[in-house]
Design a protein around this ligand. Structure first.
Ligand code: PLP
Length: 358
């Protein structure tokens, strides 16, 4: 095709997401002015609405090249939802069947999104330990073994995941923002932060790489002490934090792991919409708060530093939770910093729209 504006398919629209300066939501933290400049990479602007679009097509094409995925095959994966969407897009275009295994804490929107692709969805108890045969990792492995012509993507241990970010996300960021001083992102599989961080450090060794970790995840303890003494505890943020250490992790490469409480993540995710106009998911809130806490920990050293925060996914898949005051209240997340959403006025004769709770 000679006209570069005409892309061959949706997969060609992945990446080259914009970076925007954050302002009102990050002017102060803990009552003190924020000395660093915070920027956000809008990964929700990928065609499937998340950073995971980047690995969906990449991992499928990598498996095709290695002969692990053959025409008419079935793609099987344990996912918190977004990787399923990324894989679902590539599978739709290339004609593969898909089976996705999700922990049951994931928002209903993600589950329905995957079903809408035509994927078979299997839910597992979130509390099951990784080695439990009922965990989403174990169930995905079993399904892949029992399904003829199946390919288990295994985004956790498949190193093509971080390679996708090393080859594409890293150069993209450095090209867009050569003045970057620090990268802040959550870790689920670790692919984003490890691949991108490794590239940035190679090309600009002064860049600091900071992991945003929800309280309850094991990453902080393993990073700071070198061992895991207790199992992961439940938390509400989706897609980041871990209950085991995937092969895509490279903890020694990190400069810091910053813990963030659910309430701070969710409050910030709402503020990113009301004060920055950015419609993002829960893990974006975690990443921005981690950036603020990290900048605070640097004291005067943070002055004028350019910190890039990855905002992984779109808010549309959290309407039943983050933007549902009933769920927010039930979990103790509403308060002075996270007020209720405005009321809806019904003029006489107007009916309550299907599904709208007033
Ligand atoms: C919402 C969300 N944020 C962040 C991540 C973390 O990305 P990575 O798996 O590359 O560490 C994920 C991964 O599933 C996610 O779904």
């Amino acid at each position: 095709m000679s006209n570069p504006n005409l892309l061959p398919n949706a997969l060609a629209a992945i990446g080259d997401t914009p970076i925007v300066r954050l302002d009102r939501a990050v002017r102060e933290w803990n009552g003190k002015p924020v000395l660093a400049n915070l920027y956000a990479k809008l990964e929700f602007m990928n065609p499937g609405g998340s950073v995971k679009d980047r690995i969906g097509a990449y991992l499928i094409e990598d498996a095709e090249k290695r002969g692990e995925l053959k025409p008419g095959g079935t793609v099987v994966e344990a996912t918190s939802g977004n990787t399923g969407v990324g894989l679902g897009m590539a599978a739709a275009i290339k004609g593969y069947k898909t089976i996705f295994v999700l922990p049951d804490k994931m928002a209903a929107e993600k589950i329905n999104f995957l079903r809408a692709f035509g994927a078979e969805v299997v839910l597992t108890p979130t509390s099951a330990e990784p080695t439990d045969p009922r965990s989403h990792y174990s169930v995905a492995r079993r399904i892949a073994k029992d399904t003829p012509n199946a390919f288990l993507v295994n985004q956790y241990d498949n190193l093509a995941n971080r390679r996708a970010h090393y080859e594409r996300t890293g150069p993209e960021i450095l090209g867009q923002m050569p003045e970057i001083d620090a990268l802040v992102a959550g870790m689920g599989t670790g692919g984003t932060i490890t691949g991108t961080g490794q590239y940035l450090k190679e090309k600009k060794p002064s860049v600091k790489v900071v992991c945003a970790d929800p309280i309850g995840s094991i990453i902080h303890e393993v990073y700071t002490t070198g061992k895991q003494t207790k199992p992961a505890q439940p938390y509400k943020v989706e897609g980041i934090g871990e209950d085991f250490i995937p092969k895509n992790f490279e903890l020694p490469m990190l400069d810091a792991v910053v813990q963030v409480a659910d309430i701070d993540s969710l409050t910030m995710a709402r503020r990113l919409l009301t004060q920055e106009g950015l419609f993002v998911g829960t893990s974006a809130g975690t990443a921005v708060v981690a950036a603020l806490k990290w900048a605070e920990s640097q004291g005067e050293g943070a002055r004028g530093k350019n910190v890039l925060v990855i905002l992984p996914d779109s808010g549309d898949r959290y309407m039943s939770k983050l933007w549902n005051d009933v769920w927010m209240e039930e979990n103790g997340f509403l308060g002075a910093k996270s007020p209720r959403m405005p009321k809806v006025t019904l003029i006489e004769g107007a009916v309550t729209p299907y599904g709208l709770k007033l």
